[in-house]
Design a protein around this ligand. Structure first.
Ligand SMILES: Cc1cc2nc3c(=O)[nH]c(=O)nc-3n(C[C@H](O)[C@H](O)[C@H](O)COP(=O)(O)OP(=O)(O)OC[C@H]3O[C@@H](n4cnc5c(N)ncnc54)[C@H](O)[C@@H]3O)c2cc1C
Length: 450
């Protein structure tokens, strides 16, 4: 396809993928218009107003890694220095009760990790050895795991003990893939390890946003990108030399909605007639989109009535579903937020939160507050909870299971591309994957002009 000079591209969806595509296209000199159903930019990583807390919070606590180099480069290009937008901490996995701690040393890789494992608190020596040798073996195997294996099968095959799985691998897997070890894809998990703990020491740093997720960068996209929020696109129509987006003509479109919404929009198009087998390709692409399954993430935000300091801004909680103790990670939310110096806000994250469905919200808040109070006993008494908000994102990420076929950015329909964390990025459903996907879709469009 050859696009005309200064082509006009419609982006449908202002999540991190859509906005990443918009910026790249704008930088390449194309005209860009973004359409977004919601009133806020950011998609699944955005600011929301909490009526019960009477303040703006995020739809869910997010954590980034030093390895998210595309996202960090994007912030730089927008004039938002990452060191201003994030609190960067050395990799630290620390349980709220203080019994377990693994902290990367301020040394170059791989000594930073070797030291962390050697000096880990709460792990027997044989588990330290097993953990280190698994990491070493994985590196030797060029970060490849056997095809079709779940994380649990792979861990067992590599003689990881139940203690190690429970204390280290399960929390890491659920945080990175939002999929439990017995269902999660070992290869995707290995990719995360390759780019974080297996890379330079800074790649495994933890990056905690200092501001809300929309203000982190989506609100700061260049003014030259036209945006229409509160506008849901319902129909795409293929034209001879362009695409109609709810009746408005564009030279090309990037569908950057989540997989089910993208499938709905693409189904509104007629099957492409251009090439033999094109309609089969269209049916195949739609079938891949429809095959995704989704898992929820819940975030409980607690407003305390007095300041409180945790020993580290992010602590691991032990789960006990029989007591309603579903919390997995505890974040000291206000420590790094400007104006949040009073340290009165906590976030409790529950990945793969399907068990919360249908349960009484007040009871969940009570049980998880008790969980935090109980497990942080040694930190000093937790102040009383003034107000709370529990947000459950039902389709937080796709289930990152083995054998999942993920579509690419280009589609069988001419002039239409897709972007989203669900495209074939090699990552699970994470922010960095979304940013990479948006950039790739934009680069395809730009190169299609040449
Ligand atoms: C609670 C929670 C916690 C998470 N934690 C982390 C974390 O710690 N680290 C991490 O890396 N990732 C995390 N993730 C995953 C991360 O948020 C996603 O990978 C990322 O935001 C996906 O971006 P996206 O642009 O691909 O999709 P989305 O953000 O879903 O963007 C799609 C956009 O399209 C819009 N849209 C859909 N249909 C239409 C239409 N017809 N017309 C107009 N607009 C439309 C939607 O409103 C949405 O804004 C978390 C996700 C959640 C929900």
């Amino acid at each position: 396809m050859t696009l005309q000079k200064k082509p006009h591209v419609a982006i449908i969806g202002a999540g991190w993928a859509g906005l990443s595509a918009a910026i790249r296209l704008h930088e390449a000199g194309l005209q860009v218009t973004v359409f977004e159903s919601a009133h806020t930019l950011g998609g699944r990583a955005r600011r929301v107003l909490s009526p019960s807390l009477r303040s703006s919070i995020d739809n869910g606590q997010h954590l980034l890694l030093g390895a998210y180099t595309e996202t960090l480069a994007l912030l730089h290009r927008l004039g938002l220095p990452p060191e201003q937008q994030f609190q960067r901490c050395r990799l630290t996995l620390q349980s709220a009760d203080g019994r377990f701690r693994l902290k990367a040393a301020p040394l170059p890789a791989p000594a930073h990790l070797a030291w962390a494992i050697l000096a880990a608190r709460g792990l027997p020596w044989r588990d330290k050895w097993r953990m280190a040798s698994l990491h070493w073996r994985l590196r030797q195997q060029r970060w490849q795991t056997p095809v079709g294996m779940t994380v649990l099968q792979w861990l067992r095959e590599n003689r990881q003990s139940e203690t190690l799985i429970g204390k280290v691998w399960h929390p890491l897997c659920i945080a990175a893939l939002n999929t439990p070890v017995d269902q999660a894809c070992a290869q995707l998990f290995a990719h995360v390890l390759r780019d974080s703990t297996g890379a330079q020491a800074w790649a495994s740093d933890l990056l905690i946003p200092r501001t809300d997720l929309s203000d982190l960068w989506p609100d700061h996209i260049p003014a030259g990108i036209a945006r229409h929020t509160g506008q849901t696109i319902r129909q795409l129509e293929a034209q001879e030399d362009g695409v109609l987006v709810d009746g408005r003509p564009f030279d090309a479109a990037v569908v950057a909605a989540n997989a089910p919404a993208a499938a709905r929009l693409l189904s509104s198009l007629q099957a492409p007639k251009s090439a033999t087998g094109a309609s089969d390709a269209a049916a195949g692409y739609l079938a891949q989109l429809q095959a995704f399954e989704f898992l929820p993430i819940a975030t409980l935000t607690l407003q305390l009535d007095a300041p409180w300091r945790l020993p580290f801004p992010m602590l691991m909680l032990s789960e006990d579903a029989s007591r309603g103790h579903y919390g997995q990670w505890l974040f000291e939310r206000s420590r790094f937020i400007p104006g949040g110096d009073d340290n009165t806000m906590l976030s409790i994250v529950i990945s793969n939160a399907g068990l919360l469905a249908g349960q009484d919200k007040d009871e969940l808040v009570r049980a998880m507050t008790e969980q935090v109070r109980e497990q942080t006993r040694d930190t000093g008494p937790m102040p009383a909870v003034q107000s709370a908000d529990l947000i459950v994102e039902k389709r937080a990420t796709f289930a990152a299971t083995p054998g999942l076929l993920r579509p690419g950015n280009s589609t069988p329909w001419p002039r239409i591309w897709c972007a989203g964390d669900w495209t074939d990025t090699g990552y699970p459903g994470v922010l960095e994957g979304a940013v990479i996907s948006g950039r790739r879709a934009a680069e395809d469009i730009v190169s299609s002009q040449r």
